[in-house]
Design a protein around this ligand. Structure first.
Ligand code: ATP
Length: 364
């Protein structure tokens, strides 16, 4: 990689070729010799791919990332970067850039010195170093702030310095641990665009860790969902969101309804199905709240009763207690044509066969 300059990369017609290929096989980590923080991780990241590891707190995301980075030693399994096993390589020899939630900038160094730091470590000649720092400052649009200290910058600007420092030496792989975790909602959106932009410009492979579903869906080529140290599902954002494999993924990716489907009937027949559904014998299915239709119905023909109504701006969220005691959530768009249903009203629920997702099991 050493001959490839950042400026060269920015002009490169197919920057994807510079991203590293990552292959992870049977990777596992136990800190205490009794429980597994990560178990049986199998994954490959294509050159230039943006992969996000998503999961709740304690699911093993950071542990997986730290093994990739070389800061934690795997208990089992292997990692290959561009076909080479990395087990024996210390972190600084893996040609990997890292961005942390806390930025981890050097507070007494200027922005440009922070960015130049990895180049100094690599003994990059001065002229080359200056050229790369200039290109990197331009990429993250911080030219005007180059002489400032990190403490004189906003959170978003500091994170851009961290991104510049992690990519200035053209790493094949960029690792990010909750990169937007410290930023407020609006700034997160802006930074998401910036990260997407940097990823596109550099063609670097990215593995990012987050517990934020929206961030994972909007930035990634593929998402890996983890829970309790184990992979739950690996797929494109659309696959994960629209075809969750099990109840954990369905629930974690938003407010999915997980509904009893014993005998091919939804909630013991309380919910009507339009069309013929292929449930493949699944005992549980998932249906997204925005795909549940509900209409007022006389009590004897009703699926259940509205127990909660929450106005949420562009949608209204309804909780419905079914006759079989299950609770289902429906979400309806607000609009001039909509008459809101009231709490206590009896309703009939209908879903299209195509919006029913059979689940593999009851969860993890
Ligand atoms: N250095 C450590 N020593 C001992 N146990 C650890 C260490 N780091 C993590 N663990 C444990 O390993 C499991 C996975 O933790 P990990 O930090 O990888 O999860 P995570 O998904 O990144 O969580 P979070 O989102 O809270 O950072 C947890 O049970 C945690 O307590």
């Amino acid at each position: 990689m050493s001959k490839v300059t950042l400026t060269g990369l920015l002009k490169s017609p197919s920057p994807q070729q510079h991203g590293a290929r990552v292959e992870i096989t049977g990777l596992a980590k136990s800190y205490d010799g009794r429980s597994w923080a990560v178990q049986d991780l199998e994954l490959s990241v294509e050159p230039g791919e943006f992969l996000t590891i998503l999961g709740p707190s304690g699911s093993g995301k950071t542990t997986a990332l730290m093994m990739l980075a070389g800061f934690e030693t795997p208990s089992r399994g292997e990692i290959h970067l561009n076909g080479e096993p990395v087990a024996a390589l210390p972190a600084y020899k893996r040609n990997i850039g890292m961005v942390f939630q806390s930025y981890a900038l050097f507070p007494t160094m200027s922005v440009e010195d922070n960015i130049a730091y990895p180049l100094r470590m690599r003994k990059t000649p001065r002229a080359e170093r200056e050229r790369l720092v200039d290109a990197s400052l331009e990429l993250v649009q911080l030219q005007a702030h180059r002489k400032k200290r990190p403490g004189q910058l906003s959170g978003g600007q500091q994170q851009r310095v961290a991104l510049a420092r992690a990519t200035v030496f053209t790493p094949g792989l960029l690792l990010m641990d909750e990169p937007l975790g410290a930023l407020d909602r609006k700034l997160r959106q802006t930074m998401q665009n910036e990260i997407a932009n940097i990823h596109r410009s550099l063609g670097v492979s990215v593995v990012s860790v987050t517990h934020d579903q929206e961030e994972a869906l909007s930035l990634s080529d593929r998402v890996l969902i983890m829970a309790d140290g184990r992979m739950q599902q690996l797929g494109t954002p659309a696959e994960i969101f629209e075809r969750p494999r099990n109840a954990f993924v369905a629930d974690f990716m938003g407010e999915a309804n997980v509904i009893d489907a014993t005998g091919g009937r939804l909630a013991a027949g309380c919910i009507d199905v339009r069309g013929s559904a292929e449930l493949g014998g699944a005992a549980l299915v998932s249906v997204r709240p925005e795909l549940v239709a509900l209409a007022p119905a006389p009590l004897d023909a009703a699926s259940g009763t509205v127990t909660a109504v929450t106005y949420q701006g562009s949608t209204v969220r309804y909780e419905i207690r079914l006759r079989n005691e299950e609770t289902v959530v429906a979400r309806l768009a607000t609009g001039p044509a909509q008459t809101p249903l009231a709490r206590g009203e009896s309703v009939r629920l209908t879903v299209d066969a195509g919006s029913i997702v059979p689940l593999e099991d009851a969860g993890r």
